[in-house]
Write a new protein. Structure first.
Length: 131
């Protein structure tokens, strides 16, 4: 009985850590996938920052199950000719680099105790050249 009383809480703590680490890795992969989908949409002619952002947020909420308000999407467009940062993907031309970052607070996707990771975020990113 004493062995169980001492070892069981430690075993449960390790088990919960393994589960949360696996969840974090799974969410990271889903965010990378969402950023690839958003980048693929952003490199096509006719796309805008708002259309790409809404597509990514919709994909993240449908796969992870968090609220759209907790998903943060950052789009950076860098001109291949001048190196300047452009304001919108609609202003991009062939060869310009489009980088998409997607992040979600870990507390919004955690399966156990919400505050044990503090304000940590999980991020996914992708970069592609405009077609």
């Amino acid at each position: 009985m004493v062995e169980v009383a001492v070892c069981f809480p430690v075993f449960l703590l390790i088990l919960m850590g393994i589960i949360e680490f696996g969840r974090a890795m799974s969410v990271n992969q889903m965010l990378n996938s969402a950023s690839r989908i958003g980048c693929r949409a952003a490199i096509l002619d006719g796309s805008t920052n708002s259309s790409v952002t809404s597509l990514v947020k919709q994909h993240v909420t449908s796969t992870i199950g968090c609220q759209q308000s907790s998903v943060s999407v950052t789009i950076t467009v860098t001109s291949s000719q001048s190196g300047a940062t452009l304001s919108d993907v609609s202003a991009a031309s062939t060869g310009d680099m489009i980088k998409l970052n997607v992040s979600v607070p870990f507390a919004d996707v955690s399966w156990s105790v919400k505050d044990w990771m503090g304000t940590s975020t999980i991020r996914g990113q992708c970069s592609m050249q405009h077609e």
